[in-house]
Ligand binder design. Structure first.
Ligand SMILES: NC(=O)C1=CN([C@@H]2O[C@H](COP(=O)(O)OP(=O)(O)OC[C@H]3O[C@@H](n4cnc5c(N)ncnc54)[C@H](O)[C@@H]3O)[C@@H](O)[C@H]2O)C=CC1
Ligand SMILES: O=C(O)[C@@H](O)[C@@H]1OC[C@H](O)[C@H]1O
Length: 474
């Protein structure tokens, strides 16, 4: 762990194994942190925060840019760490490093945009000012699907805003976060400004959320864990930013460019082996184009390459065996409930796949939106399609979910396109394109997909609290 500018070897703690999901080999062990580790890290962050906040914002941003420069210098090492611990194909891991750089550099650019307001008062000789301040100590909890990018997405705005940070690097993929700490150390970040602890969410994560030292918790992960964190945070009324699960609908209408829709549906389902919160999780296809779309989609899915992620295939392994078991269960339940199998796919266990966590692209067709595969987040290379009669039916079925993160709509009808934002209850909608947020956007989940939102000016503003001054000189 990296606390107060020093490396702590975790002596006296249990060791947690870090596995390479491609071959199940042991690549590292990390300390299984306990509540005391959380407290020590929070104290270091608290001690460092006043001096950090006192720096002009551009000087804080300079440190963040130096960190970005170190990431750029050692980009290939970080990409290989990501692939080894998480399993995404190396080309996609390089893309994740690009996202780390983007988050760091974008938010460094916000340093000169921390502003306030002067508002007219109802009283004579009085002015109202609204100021922005950092919260203090921010706790960052990340998912395993983008272990480096998700950490940078929180770290960069938090630091530029004047907060200090304690990151719990997910126990399944802890090495990327620890490597970022190493690079931050090389970049000369002052001690205690960025701290990284390891261990399990319900133990060290819970202690981080519970502590009175923590002012704000920013978490990306499952809706289940988000609810636990919400409950824990209630005791001390913490400010929360939760980026949770999704069940994105992919709507293709009769007037869509079918080939473009197929390509986007493939990218949005299978990138990172389907392990993205914005992935295409269920498809609603207008009956006039459903047959053509599915024929092409199944063909493209069947042709995707799967194998050793270091050789940069289309799909690497899933992150662990629990995830394989979870997906298999969803597919089994869906088939029991009447789903038709269009591409059997399923777990791979033989030959080159004897070791590792492999799941081949699987496509189903369903007639009932209540099917488990249309309601439960898969987070893997499995997708089901359902025929619809109209745009209105597609929207109603898409909205029939507790989630509200992202949605896809393929249509060339301008009227439909303009009606969609008010009709679909999702925080992020992709029209006529595949997934992939931009740094200046706002990644935000509605419903049980979270609260808060990240990126862009609104994401940055989330790391600043407001203070109102009534200045009377009467
Ligand atoms: N909306 C979004 O931006 C994204 C959402 N996700 C969602 O994340 C999920 C997969 O990620 P996982 O790593 O399995 O998430 P997870 O929910 O298991 O863990 C997320 C983080 O929360 C911590 N944590 C877990 N339980 C905790 C507790 N009781 N108290 C405090 N901390 C706790 C974990 O240690 C980890 O750091 C999927 O559902 C996916 O949709 C993933 C990426 C992006
Ligand atoms: O969190 C996700 O799964 C996505 O938002 C993903 O995370 C980092 C990448 O830049 C995003 O596409």
């Amino acid at each position: 762990m990296y606390v107060g500018g020093r490396w702590i070897d975790g002596a006296g703690r249990n060791a947690l194994a870090v596995e390479n999901p491609a071959d199940e080999s042991l690549i590292a062990t990390i300390p299984e942190g306990v509540a005391e580790d959380a407290d020590v890290a929070l104290d270091a962050a608290k001690a460092a925060q006043p001096a950090w906040a006192a720096l002009p914002a551009v000087q804080r941003a300079d440190f963040v840019v130096k960190l970005a420069d170190r990431v750029a210098m050692r980009a290939e090492e970080l990409a290989q760490i990501i692939t080894m611990e998480q399993g995404k194909p190396i080309g996609q891991a390089r893309g994740e490093v690009g996202a780390v750089l983007g988050f760091l550099r974008y938010h460094a650019g916000n340093a000169r945009r921390i502003e306030g307001d002067i508002v007219s008062s109802d009283n004579i000789n009085e002015e109202i000012q609204i100021r922005r301040h950092p919260f203090g100590v921010v706790v960052a909890l990340t998912a395993w699907n983008y272990p480096a990018a998700l950490a940078a997405r929180k770290l960069a705005p938090a630091l530029v805003a004047g907060n200090t940070v304690v990151l719990l690097s997910h126990e399944v993929t802890p090495l990327s976060g620890l490597f970022l700490a190493l690079l931050a150390d090389e970049a000369g970040l002052p001690a205690g400004v960025f701290n990284v602890v390891t261990g399990r969410g319900p133990v060290v994560g819970r202690a981080l959320v519970q502590s009175r030292v923590t002012s704000l918790v920013t978490m990306t992960g499952s809706t289940r864990a988000g609810k636990e964190i919400f409950a824990t945070a209630a005791e001390t009324l913490k400010v929360l930013r939760l980026e949770l699960g999704g069940k994105a609908p992919f709507i293709v209408m009769d007037d869509a460019d079918i080939d473009a829709a197929v390509e986007a549906a493939v990218a949005a389902r299978y990138t990172n082996c389907g392990q993205i919160c914005t992935c295409n999780e269920r498809m609603y296809l207008h009956r006039a184009i459903a047959e053509e779309f599915l024929e092409k989609f199944v063909l493209r899915s069947a042709r995707l390459t799967i194998g050793d992620p270091m050789t940069d295939p289309d799909l690497g392994p899933k992150v662990n065996s629990a995830e394989i078991a979870k997906i298999k269960e969803i597919v089994d339940q869906a088939v029991k409930a009447g789903a038709e199998i269009l591409l059997p796919g399923g777990p791979l266990k033989d030959g080159a796949f004897a070791k590792g966590h492999w799941y081949s692209p699987t496509v189903l067709s369903v007639a009932d939106n209540a099917s488990p595969v249309m309601q439960t987040e898969v987070f893997g290379p499995v997708v089901a399609a359902m025929e619809v009669e109209s745009f209105e039916q597609a929207v109603a079925l898409a909205n029939d979910t507790d989630y509200g993160l992202s949605a896809y709509v393929f249509t060339r009808d301008y009227r439909r396109l303009m009606r969609t934002p008010a009709a679909l209850k999702f925080g992020e909608i992709y029209f006529n394109r595949a997934n992939g947020e931009q740094f200046q956007g706002f990644h935000t989940g509605w419903g049980q997909s979270g609260l808060g939102g990240e990126d862009g000016k609104y994401g940055f503003d989330g790391y600043l609290r407001k203070q109102t001054l009534y200045l009377n000189w009467g």
